[in-house]
Design a protein around this ligand. Structure first.
Ligand SMILES: Nc1nc2c(c(=O)[nH]1)N[C@H]1C(S)=C(S)[C@@H](COP(=O)(O)O)O[C@H]1N2
Ligand SMILES: [Mo]
Length: 159
C-alpha cells in the first residue's frame, strides 16, 4: 500500500526531467528567516567530495560509480544558521514533489568521510540541471536511489 508521503516513497519511477530551471533552494529553519542558497554560494563554501557513488535505479539499472562534489549538508547548515537554532531532522524537498528525511545524527561533523552532500559537481564537471543540480547525495544509500534527490528546492529543519 502506498501512503503517499513524498518524503518516504517505497518505490518510484524516476523523473527524468527537471520541473523548472532555477537551481536555487531555500533553507527554512524554525524561528529564522528563510535563506535562499544559490549555486554561487555553494561554490564559495568549504567543499567535500565523495568518490565511488552509485545511483541504483529500480527501473533502469545502476549508473556510476561517480565522484560527486559539493557542500556537505551538515557544513552548510552549521555555516548558515544562527547559533541557537536546533533541529533533530531535516526534510529535503525537490521541485517535483520528491524528497527524503535526514536525521541530525547523519550530519554530525566528522561522523563519516562520506558525508551527505548538496552536490553541484559530478566527476569534476559542473552538474547540469538535467543531471539534478543541486542534487542531494546520500553515499550510504545504495538500494534504490530514493534518497538521491535531484532538483533540491527546500531544506526544511524540524525540531
Ligand atoms: N527530484 C527527484 N529526484 C529523484 C527522483 C525523482 O523522481 N525526482 N527519482 C529517484 C530515483 S527512484 C532514482 S532511481 C534516481 C534516478 O537518478 P538518475 O536520473 O540520475 O538516473 O533519482 C532519484 N531522485
Ligand atoms: Mo529508483
Amino acid at each position: 500500500m502506498d501512503d503517499h508521503d513524498p518524503l518516504r516513497p517505497h518505490r518510484h519511477d524516476p523523473n527524468p526531467e527537471a520541473p523548472h530551471d532555477d537551481p536555487t533552494f531555500l533553507v527554512i529553519a524554525p524561528g529564522a528567516a528563510p535563506i535562499r542558497v544559490t549555486t554561487d554560494m555553494l561554490r564559495r563554501l568549504p567543499r567535500s567530495s565523495v568518490p565511488e557513488c552509485t545511483i541504483v535505479s529500480t527501473g533502469h539499472g545502476t549508473s556510476g560509480p561517480f565522484t560527486f562534489a559539493g557542500v556537505a549538508l551538515g557544513d552548510l547548515l552549521r555555516r548558515l544558521l544562527p547559533a541557537g537554532v536546533s533541529w533533530s531532522e531535516v526534510e529535503v524537498h525537490s521541485a517535483d514533489a520528491f524528497g527524503t528525511r535526514v536525521a541530525a545524527d547523519e550530519l554530525r561533523p566528522g561522523a563519516t568521510d562520506r558525508p551527505i552532500l548538496l552536490a553541484d559537481e559530478r566527476d569534476g564537471r559542473p552538474l547540469d540541471r538535467a543531471g539534478g543540480l543541486v542534487r542531494l547525495i546520500v553515499p550510504s544509500e545504495t538500494d534504490d536511489a530514493l534518497r538521491q534527490v535531484k532538483w533540491v528546492a527546500e531544506v526544511r529543519l524540524r525540531r
